[in-house]
Write a protein that binds this ligand. Structure first.
Ligand SMILES: N[C@@H](CCC(=O)N[C@@H](CS)C(=O)NCC(=O)O)C(=O)O
Length: 256
C-alpha cells in the first residue's frame, strides 16, 4: 500500500505513529524508515516536511526528516532510535540480530552508512562540493542550503571523497564475501535493517529509475554526480543488492 500522507493538523491530532518525511526526493534516511515500517507492517501517517513551518518544527522538534512521533512520546529523529521504536511496536519480523556479536556488526555497519561521517552524509557533502564548484552536483541553490545545514567545509572535500570510496569498497567487499558463502544479505542469511539502509542509501549514488522513483531531473543529476574515482569504487554489486531488496521486501514505486 502506498504511504498514507496527511496534513500536519490531521497528524498532530491523531494517536499512534506519525512520521515527518522529506517529500519529492528519495531522501535515504526517510526511505529506510518507511522501508522498516513496511517490512514490519506498522501503520502510520506521513506528513511531508515543510522546513518553513513553525508549527511543524514545534511539533517535530526539528526541520529535517524523518522524525517519528509515537503517541505522546518525545519525537525520534535518529535512524537507530526509529529502528528501535519499530522493533518495539512490531518485534516480528525482527530486523536486528539476536546474537550480540551480529548485532554489533549490524549497528556498526549501519552507522557507517547512516550516521554523521557515514556514506550518506559524505555523499551529500560530495554533491554539495560539486554543486558549489560548478560541477554536476546539486543545483547551486540547493547546494548552498545543504552546505550551511550539514557542515560543508571546502578544505575537507578530498578527505570526504576518500571516505566515500573507503566505505563503498568496504560494503562491496562484504557483499562479495557473503555471495561466496551463498548469501545475498549483508549479514547471515536473512534480512536485517542493514540491508534496508544500504538499499535506501544507494539512491545517493544511483536513484531507482523514474518509473519507480519520480524526482526532479536536476535533483537526479545531483544524486548521481560522482567523480571518476568514486565511480570506480561503486561496484555494481551494491546496486544489485539494492534491486534485490526492493524487489523482495520493499514497496515500488516509492511514495514520495
Ligand atoms: N536525523 C537523521 C538524519 C536526518 C537528515 O539528514 N535529513 C535530511 C535528509 S536528506 C533532510 O531532512 N534534508 C532536508 C533538509 O534538510 O531540508 C539521522 O541522523 O538519523
Amino acid at each position: 500500500m502506498p504511504v498514507n500522507f496527511v496534513d500536519l493538523e490531521t497528524a498532530r491530532d491523531s494517536d499512534g505513529l506519525r512520521m515527518v518525511v522529506v517529500g519529492g526526493v528519495p531522501s535515504p534516511w526517510g526511505e529506510a524508515a518507511k522501508g522498516i515500517l513496511h517490512v514490519k507492517q506498522i501503520p502510520y501517517q506521513a506528513v511531508r516536511l515543510d522546513q518553513g513551518s513553525e508549527e511543524m518544527a514545534a511539533w517535530a522538534g526539528e526541520r529535517k526528516g524523518p522524525v517519528a512521533i509515537y503517541n505522546d512520546e518525545a519525537p525520534r529523529s535518529a535512524w537507530d532510535s526509529i529502528l528501535l521504536l519499530a522493533e518495539r511496536l512490531a518485534p516480528e519480523p525482527s530486523l536486528i540480530p539476536a546474537n550480540a556479536e551480529d548485532r554489533a556488526v549490524m549497528f556498526g555497519l549501519s552507522h557507517e552508512i547512516c550516521s554523521e561521517g557515514g556514506l550518506g552524509w559524505m555523499r551529500r557533502l560530495q554533491g554539495v562540493h560539486s554543486g558549489m564548484s560548478g560541477g554536476e552536483g546539486f543545483p547551486p541553490g540547493v547546494a548552498q542550503y545543504l552546505a550551511g545545514k550539514y557542515g560543508y567545509r571546502e578544505e575537507e572535500a578530498a578527505s570526504n571523497q576518500r571516505r566515500v570510496i573507503d566505505l563503498l569498497e568496504m560494503l562491496s567487499a562484504r557483499l562479495h564475501a557473503q555471495k561466496r558463502e551463498g548469501s545475498r544479505f549483508y549479514l547471515g542469511s536473512s534480512l536485517t535493517a542493514l540491508d534496508i539502509y544500504s538499499a535506501a542509501f544507494t539512491a545517493l549514488l544511483k536513484p531507482l529509475p523514474p518509473e519507480h522513483c519520480p524526482m526532479p531531473d536536476a535533483m537526479r543529476v545531483g544524486f548521481e554526480a560522482m567523480d571518476e574515482d568514486t565511480r570506480k569504487a561503486f561496484d555494481p554489486i551494491i546496486a544489485e543488492h539494492r534491486d534485490f531488496i526492493y524487489d523482495e521486501y520493499l514497496e515500488l514505486p516509492l511514495s514520495l
